[in-house]
Ligand binder design. Structure first.
Ligand code: 6PG
Length: 253
């Protein structure tokens, strides 16, 4: 399905727009089915969004109805500076009224990582539609190599079709520690998938992803995330430079 693209002058404007939509989506989900199930990824890009949501922009967010999951994690402990959980906790979840037990972290410290992956799969599998209630939103970023979550080009994880969560022995980019990641079918099982991407170093990856065939392109793993509804891309102008000419649009922010 053709993705929806929105281009903003910079990451800050994109994060502001995304924060507003997120509050609307979460409020609707909480009203309609009592819970907002949100899967988020790591990296630096969403930190500004997290800080906003911890401030006035998040005041109307239905925190008491939220359940938070992670799309991926580095195999480090929860206090390590490289931990995705640690970053999200410090910048957002420790600052808003969400009970700690509703922030479901991937256990990066458990060895072997495959057992942490299997454990998280037992949490995520019952949520997947059509048998479970479904995930409301997966929010992802991409790397300059086209990876998303910890699905790196060339890794066996990108070809995973059965399991929801797997371990990844070699990360394609720093930090070079093993990873835990949700797989393409698990990330695609959400009602909404949004990407937040900024920076000129991501333009080539955007180019590859938007030129991928309908089934996706293994060289650009983000293109393998294919939910039933169109993915939504919040891009800054620098990342949007990679869009094919028919997708380039004037900034909305
Ligand atoms: C991670 C990720 C990863 C990230 C992208 C973008 O743990 O590294 O979840 O997929 O979202 O690499 O990272 P930046 O936002 O730091 O560029």
């Amino acid at each position: 399905m053709r993705p929806r693209v929105e281009v903003f002058p910079d990451l800050e404007t994109a994060s502001g727009a995304l924060a507003r939509r997120l509050v609307e989506l979460a409020t609707r989900a909480a009203r309609e089915h009592g819970t907002f199930r949100w899967v988020l990824s790591g990296g630096r890009t969403p930190v500004g969004l997290f800080r906003r949501l911890a401030g006035p922009a998040g005041r109307r967010f239905p925190w008491s109805a939220a359940e938070v999951y992670f799309a991926d994690e580095r195999c480090v402990g929860p206090h390590d500076p490289n931990s995705n959980f640690a970053a999200a906790w410090a910048t957002l979840f420790s600052r808003v009224p969400i009970p700690r037990r509703r922030v479901h972290r991937l256990l990066g410290e458990v060895r072997p990582p495959s057992s942490a992956a299997a454990r998280y799969a037992r949490l995520v599998d019952p949520l997947r539609a059509p048998t479970g209630p479904g995930l409301d939103l997966v929010l992802l970023g991409i790397g300059p190599d086209g990876h998303t979550a910890s699905l790196f080009p060339g890794s066996p994880a990108v070809r995973e079709r059965r399991r929801s969560v797997v371990s990844v022995r070699r990360a394609g980019l720093a930090p070079f520690v093993p990873r835990l990641t949700l797989t393409p079918p698990a990330l695609s099982a959400a009602r909404e998938v949004w990407f937040l991407v900024a920076g000129s170093d991501k333009a080539d990856a955007i180019s590859g992803i938007f030129r991928a065939p309908p089934e996706g392109d293994l060289r650009f793993p983000a293109s393998l995330v294919r939910p039933e509804s169109p993915t939504v891309w919040y891009l800054d102008r620098a990342a949007a430079a990679g869009l094919p000419p028919d997708r380039a649009s004037r900034p909305t922010g």
